[in-house]
Design a protein around this ligand. Structure first.
Ligand code: SR1
Ligand code: MG
Length: 406
């Protein structure tokens, strides 16, 4: 099928050294004469090449395909998302450089980002799936969200913020989120899939008026609230991690869904994906202590986010924003995060693009893990205004585990 987007050359492993040779900035980092490239993309959308030379220097080239890789050419998708990723990474290089990969170059014509090679790092979801805990990751993500929020919102003049928001509108990617996260799981849709043992659970979810009303509220907030430049797809597969001493380093990747949106969407995405990890840990019998540590990541994420923003708050651009505004705003962000966490988790069980935490389990374990996730997530969504702390989220998980076992 012919692409609806203007033609551009797609990279191949054998073309990568030549591409690097033609760009002095990149040729200084990796020797094109000895460079060898491998395509390592395992995500839903893009080509990703890791290229290393004989000295062991490397870089990563990520090229946006003109369609959704997961589905194929029948679902065209704007490669302009690479510009959204470059915009977010560029802001992060200044605001939170230690939490993102270094961006070396962006090729606007071929939609290619040249970035730091993180192939020695591991996807956080993979670490969690193995049952390992890395302290320091949730903390880094909380700081990342706070600093990106400040750099694109409270830290700049209103007029500058509006210009940035207009440039970052990213409507095609936002539409994917609106459809896949907020609409399709709640209707009968050909892109959905789930175990037939969950038919009744999913059907009751779709009949639950209180839930549907809250999901609509969250969807409309996602569509209309532009608090700051958010990442837009901050799941545990969008974070690369590496153990360092007794702690860990983390790098947030893949901000191609970035747009101005509600800040709770990013925090909720992390919390919702940690719920999948908890459900997996429960059915694998990894024990209460381990699950408690996973739940602790949500506390750490929130506290790091809050602490960082409180530290930055005295430097806000608009001195007329009342001293107490931050505390009031944070309350709303938490309530949003709880609801968005629920929506993100439901989507990974019912909708398109599953997460390996639950989807990778054998059927006898996958079904209860999915049921626990759905019960917890839908309760979080319905009761988000009264679940005012991370501890309250844990209690819902505990009750859901008991209900599914009964
Ligand atoms: C059609 S794209 C499917 C999903 O991949 C990305 O990771 C986003 O989560 C998106 O919804
Ligand atoms: Mg992604």
């Amino acid at each position: 099928m012919a692409s609806v987007y203007p033609d551009y050359d797609l990279l191949t492993p054998s073309a990568v050294p030549g591409y690097i040779a033609a760009q002095p900035t990149l040729a200084r980092l990796v020797d094109p004469e000895t460079a060898v490239a491998t395509e390592v993309g395992d995500g839903n959308l893009n080509l990703v090449f890791v290229c290393r030379d004989s000295r062991g220097s490397g870089l990563c080239l990520k090229q946006a395909l003109p369609y959704v890789r997961l589905v194929g050419a029948s679902w065209p998708l704007t490669p302009d998302r690479a510009a959204a990723e470059a915009r977010s990474l560029t802001l992060a290089q200044a605001a939170a450089p230690e939490t993102v990969p270094t961006l070396y170059a962006f090729d606007h014509d071929r939609f290619i980002l040249a970035m730091q090679d993180l192939s020695d790092w591991t996807v956080w979801r993979t670490v969690l799936n193995r049952g390992e805990i890395l302290e320091g990751v949730a903390d880094a993500i909380g700081r990342y969200v706070a600093r990106m929020t400040f750099a694109s919102s409270f830290g700049i003049e209103g007029s500058e913020m509006r210009v940035l928001a207009a440039a970052a509108s990213n409507p095609h990617l936002a539409r994917i989120t609106e459809d896949l996260v907020f609409t399709e799981p709640y209707i009968d849709h050909p892109r959905n899939s789930f175990d037939s043992a969950l038919d009744q659970t999913v059907e009751s979810m779709r009949q639950d008026e209180a839930l549907l009303s809250e999901v609509s509220e969250l969807k409309y907030r996602f569509m209309t609230v532009g608090e700051a430049l958010i990442h837009g797809d901050l799941h545990t597969g969008s974070v690369m991690v590496r153990a360092v001493g007794s702690g860990a380093d983390a790098r947030v990747i893949d901000p191609e869904f970035s747009c101005f949106g509600p800040v709770g969407f990013d925090l909720g995405a992390v919390i919702g994906n940690l719920l999948l990890a908890q459900a997996r840990a429960h059915v694998l019998g990894r024990g209460e202590a381990y699950i408690g540590r996973l739940q602790g990541h949500a506390d750490v994420l929130w506290e790091a986010f809050r602490f960082e923003l409180e530290s930055l708050w005295p430097r806000r651009a608009d001195r007329h924003l009342h001293e107490g505004h931050l505390a009031r705003w944070l309350e709303g962000v938490w309530a949003d995060a709880v609801g968005f966490a629920g929506c993100k988790a439901v989507r990974r069980i019912v909708g398109l693009a599953k997460a390996s935490d639950v989807a990778g389990l054998p059927t006898p374990l996958r079904v209860p893990a999915a049921a626990i996730t759905l019960m917890t997530a839908t309760t979080w969504i319905r009761e988000r205004s009264t679940l005012t702390s991370p501890i309250a989220l844990r209690e819902v998980f505990g009750r859901s585990v008991e209900a599914v076992a009964a």
